[in-house]
Design a protein around this ligand. Structure first.
Ligand SMILES: [Mg+2]
Length: 387
């Protein structure tokens, strides 16, 4: 890998709020907050809501009392995930090297793309911004720099500079003199405190130390960060997909319920969404758990280990129903239900299971493939399996 690279950190502005504004344009340029689960506190704010003085994590009852003109919305995380996926796909179409860092942030290695797009890197960054705005109506800020650590620093600054901030090699020293060690990505509280103890207060003072000194007095990460801050890409943009160890799908009911049919229907919906995710990562699961949570926040869980892996709704829902019968009590009011699938095996591992009926398997594969294709074409939940 060439030593000097051009890395962008693309970060969505007030992501959850921006998604809500994209879905409901009448909320644009207004104070809007998105609330945490069960509407406990504020977890995202529009620029206007920030200006009013609403702080991150402020309890909802307090915000509602003090800032009546703001619109407060319950979070819709499934929707945010959908938007996230679309944005990441736009980025993956621009560069093969995209590292999804969080739901609303990604590193994109742009090295060499100048020739492909016949424009300089700043223009490529602006193209990314306008593409995301046009296609999904989400504003993003971009930090551009020769390493991930510097790109992260640049993206923090981009928030106050029209959404693009570049730290080129000539600007590095000046930037680092103005950057406290605690503001550097990868420096946690302990390392920050240790550096300060030795009188190293800003990024420039950090890169002025020798590797040997940093290694012996601080840690090896400090050495890596030093070189990152000097504009050498020590950390690679990692485009490998992170495969989850388990898939969980749960949600609260609109109203508390002890209605058996209703709860089973909800469970089947979760099973369907979890199976979609499972098939997306080309996996099957060997373990199924169902969760029921009561009005009084007691959680009941029941688990089954299967003899052969599956990612097929009908198989899982049949087992889930048996598990449900074990823990369901008609005299209890429930507030939520959910499913957890784990112990994955991957389709390319071609495990042969004794007693597995291959004809049934291939029919199942065809059926699930057509479900997924129809959903891709006509949108989520356009198909409902009759359970
Ligand atoms: Mg963000």
């Amino acid at each position: 890998m060439a030593k000097f690279r051009i890395i962008a950190l693309v970060d969505c502005d007030s992501f959850f709020v921006s998604v809500e504004q994209a879905e409901h344009p009448e909320l644009k340029n207004k104070p809007v907050c998105v609330l945490s689960n069960n509407d406990g506190c504020v977890i995202a704010r529009s620029r206007e809501a920030k200006k009013l003085g609403i702080t991150m994590g402020m309890p909802y009852f307090m915000a509602k009392r003090e800032f009546k003109d703001c619109t407060y919305l319950s979070g819709n995380h499934e929707l945010y995930e959908e938007y996230s996926k679309k944005i990441m796909n736009i980025l993956k179409n621009i560069s093969p090297d995209v590292e999804v860092y969080s739901i609303d942030e990604a590193f994109v290695d742009l090295t060499g793309l100048r020739r492909l797009y016949k424009m300089n890197y700043a223009k490529i960054a602006l193209m990314i911004k306008s593409k995301i705005k046009e296609e999904v109506d989400i504003p993003v800020s971009i930090g551009l720099a020769p390493s991930k650590t510097l790109a992260k620093l640049a993206s923090d600054k981009a928030k106050n500079t029209n959404g693009l901030y570049i730290i080129g090699s000539r600007k590095i020293f000046k930037e680092l003199k103005n950057t406290k060690v605690d503001e550097i990505w990868g420096i946690g509280n302990n390392t920050g405190a240790l550096l300060r103890k030795f009188g190293i207060l800003n990024g420039y003072e950090l890169i002025s130390q020798t590797d040997e000194w940093l290694k012996s007095k601080i840690n090896i990460t400090a050495v890596e960060l030093k070189h990152e801050l000097m504009g050498e890409a020590v950390y690679k943009v990692d485009n490998s997909e992170h495969i989850p160890k388990s898939i969980q799908h749960t949600s609260s009911f609109k109203n508390f319920s002890s209605d058996k049919n209703f709860i089973i229907k909800e469970l089947n919906y979760h099973i369907h969404r979890a199976c979609l995710k499972l098939r997306e990562i080309k996996a099957s699961c060997l373990s199924i758990s169902i969760l029921l949570r009561t009005k009084d926040f007691k959680t009941y869980k029941e688990k089954r280990i299967l003899s052969a892996p599956t990612n097929f709704e009908l198989e899982i829902s049949a087992i889930a129903k048996e598990l449900f019968e074990k823990i369901y009590d008609s005299s209890i009011l429930y507030r939520s239900s959910g499913i957890v699938l784990d112990k994955f095996s991957f389709n390319n591992e071609t495990q042969l299971y004794l007693f597995d009926d291959t004809e049934f398997s291939s029919k199942k594969d065809k059926l699930t493939k057509s479900i997924d294709n129809i959903e891709k074409k006509y949108g989520k939940n356009s198909i409902k399996t009759g359970y």
